[in-house]
Ligand binder design. Structure first.
Ligand code: HAM
Length: 433
């Protein structure tokens, strides 16, 4: 039989102590603040979904990584690896919500990945999406949200948005005759950042491309840099097809809008950005640290067909999601991660058992003023209560003792300066405001 002490937490799962949770709350609150500034509204979603929901469009790689099982009713279910399909279903089912629909949420996700730095099996994302708006204006706004979020976290210099349009890359590749193995080629491009150049070329050859074609793919996907420099080079490469010319023109318009939002300097074009998820239809982007040391902090893009694929009305959509794990790594590297400890506003110390009742009354009146208050629960003596009050970073101590009480007073001690003051019980209300 397994003994209790042998049970360890699972690989790729984390647990957080209160100090760590305070830091994490600050990060999520920053993301929420940005969402609210742009008029996004919060939604709640299930953690478990029918497996088919992810089979439809999330792509094979993601489906293979899911925690899927049969529930007790024999249904095939999946712990959500991402939220986009759920949201698409919600949009389909809630036709009356005025468009554009702007939703945010903070949720937990599960993917059975091989764990490594920044890749876990349980993680959090903060999802931002705009539904019902196909314009490039919506693309620009979602990128502006992403930049604002980076700014709120202090990461606007340490990270950048890398943008592409899948249609441009696909049409460039098909003009070079790379059509048949397109999906495989796109998957290899998606993994490019994890490979050396030699490995990349070999994988392409294994997928059926000639050496010459592999070199072309390598060259095209190396095209990256700021909009000003890359757009003219891209224009040369864009084939003469309606779809690709439209995509190119849209990128030009996006550049203009990003400039109006004053976020153009935070963005680069990168033709190697493909995104692993199968539902994206146009503009895609990822956010990476500028040193190129970490995996993607965020990913997103436009997915105009997903709601229709799920049986709904054609509803264009664009969105993105930052993940907590890589953001934490980057903020720690940049010394921006909040180092937080638990704090207590007041500890009510009872000098003896005889004043216990009074000390509870004092604690109640302080809590009624929304202060964070602790009292002794273990019958500790004066010194031990004091020691505990110190360890929970108490700001003020209210010492309740018999002699003070006879005068209708308590002693208030400032735990930082060490100063003590006799305070009339009646004036305790409002004393700490
Ligand atoms: P994704 O690129 O799969 O996109 O995930 C977005 C972010 O979540 C990643 O950039 C990464 O920071 C984080 N993430 C993903 N997998 C893991 C993992 N195993 N461990 C830790 N962090 C991870 C999506 O999920 C899309 N649904 C985003 C989206 C929203 N597209 C449109 N709207």
């Amino acid at each position: 039989m397994v003994k209790d002490q042998d049970i360890q937490k699972l690989k790729g799962f984390r647990e957080f102590l209160p100090g760590e949770m305070i830091a994490r709350r600050k990060i999520f609150d920053s993301m929420r603040k940005v969402a609210e500034k742009f008029g996004f509204r919060e939604i709640g979603t299930p953690s478990l979904e029918p497996m088919e929901l992810f089979m439809i469009k999330s792509g094979e790689e993601l489906v293979q990584q899911t925690y899927s099982f049969k529930d007790k009713g024999g249904r095939e279910v999946t712990l959500i690896p991402e939220e986009t399909p759920t949201r698409a279903r919600m949009v389909k089912e809630n036709k009356d919500v005025p468009k554009p629909i702007k939703w945010f949420s903070e949720s937990k996700f599960w993917r059975y990945e091989s764990t490594q730095r920044g890749r876990l099996r349980e993680f959090y994302q903060f999802n931002y999406d705009i539904f019902g708006e196909g314009s490039v204006e919506a693309d620009a706004e979602i990128i502006a949200v992403a930049v604002e979020m980076l700014k709120e976290l202090g990461l606007e210099k340490a990270a950048e948005i890398r943008i592409n349009d899948r249609r441009i890359l696909e049409s460039i590749l098909s003009t070079y005759g790379i059509k048949q193995s397109m999906v495989e080629v796109l998957n290899i491009i998606d993994d490019k950042e994890k490979m050396s150049q030699k490995e990349f070329l070999n994988e392409l050859v294994d997928a059926g491309l000639s050496k010459k074609e592999s070199k072309i793919v390598n060259k095209v996907t190396e095209l990256s840099g700021n909009f000003e420099d890359v757009m003219p080079e891209l224009e040369e490469l864009v084939p003469d097809s309606d779809d690709s010319i439209e995509a190119y023109k849209r990128l030009l318009k996006l550049k203009e809008l990003l400039d109006s939002y004053d976020v153009l300097d935070n963005c680069v074009i990168d033709l190697s950005i493909i995104r692993g998820l199968a539902y994206y239809t146009g503009m895609v982007f990822e956010i990476f640290d500028t040193e190129g040391d970490l995996r993607a902090l965020c990913g997103g893009g436009r997915y105009d067909d997903l709601i229709e694929t799920l049986g709904g009305e054609k509803t264009p959509a664009v969105g993105f999601a930052p993940g907590d794990a890589v953001i934490e790594l980057l903020m720690k590297r940049e010394n921006l991660w909040p180092e937080e400890e638990v704090e207590t506003d007041v500890y009510v110390l009872n000098v003896s058992e005889s004043v216990k009742r009074k000390s509870l009354e004092v604690a109640k009146s302080l809590r009624d003023q929304d202060l964070r208050v602790e009292v002794d629960l273990s019958g500790r003596n004066f010194g031990n209560q004091m020691g505990y009050a110190n360890r929970i970073n108490t700001k003020k101590l209210v010492i309740v003792g018999e002699r003070d009480l006879e005068k209708g007073e308590v002693t208030v001690k400032d735990m930082v300066s060490g100063e003590e003051e006799q305070v009339d019980l009646k004036s305790l209300e409002g004393y700490f405001q």
